[in-house]
Design a protein around this ligand. Structure first.
Ligand SMILES: Cc1cc2nc3c(=O)[nH]c(=O)nc-3n(C[C@H](O)[C@H](O)[C@H](O)COP(=O)(O)O)c2cc1C
Length: 193
């Protein structure tokens, strides 16, 4: 994806378009990302689905259960990191971000309304994620998926820094960006890989 002829802003345009496409297509390598947070006893990482990408603000959107550990961790400390890897194109994206947690309002409702009945069921379990299960309740799943609305949480990650790495036989390439508070690029430079 990165090549010698691209200026930093041309490369940025390519990555923005890749992330937009990835949010809407489950087969795209960037549809899955690893979110790392700072837990009370050290760093924690887990996979999330990229559900949306707001190009002009460089906001990455994911959904989760508001009762989950990651929500507690991001509430205590919104500093976090996102990681993507495209094995076919041999591209790594590392993003340092600030997380905003959204549970109310018209936009959250609009996103909830766009989720399938099956998808809504993911938020409808009576137990919070991580709750130890006694054998009778293993696999418990609410048929009333609207129950999940009160547990639904949108995670909006505002990028602060982004580090792109393209592995290549002829020499790896690495490009770093810094963003301002509104998500505009304020710094861009190729660095030694
Ligand atoms: C491929 C894959 C995709 C996942 N997508 C999500 C997701 O979009 N949202 C989510 O909350 N958890 C997702 N999970 C589960 C999380 O990785 C994690 O196990 C769960 O959210 C509990 O994390 P926590 O205890 O750190 O909050 C996904 C797991 C896998 C393996």
């Amino acid at each position: 994806m990165l090549n010698d002829l691209d200026s930093p802003m041309e490369a940025m345009a390519k990555f923005k378009s890749a992330l937009s496409e990835a949010a809407g297509r489950s087969s795209h390598a960037f549809h899955l990302m690893v979110l790392s947070t700072i837990g009370h006893d050290g760093p924690r990482s887990r996979m999330l689905v990229l559900r949306g990408f707001v190009e002009d603000r460089f906001d990455l959107i994911a959904y989760t259960d508001r009762r989950s550990e990651k929500v507690k961790e991001l509430t205590a400390n919104p500093d976090c990191a996102l990681h993507f890897w495209d094995a076919q194109r041999k591209v790594q994206i590392r993003i340092q971000a600030n997380a905003e947690l959204l549970v109310d309002g018209a936009e959250v409702q609009r996103l909830w309304d766009g989720i399938s009945d099956r998808g809504r069921g993911d938020y409808a379990a009576a137990n919070a994620p991580g709750t130890p299960l006694i054998s009778e309740s293993v696999g418990s799943w609410h048929s009333n998926s609207d129950e999940g609305r009160k547990h639904f949480c949108v995670l909006s990650f505002r990028a602060r820094r982004m580090d792109l790495l393209q592995l290549r036989r002829e020499g790896h390439m690495r490009l770093c960006f810094g963003f301002d508070e509104e998500g505009r690029v304020e710094q861009a430079e190729f660095v030694q890989a």
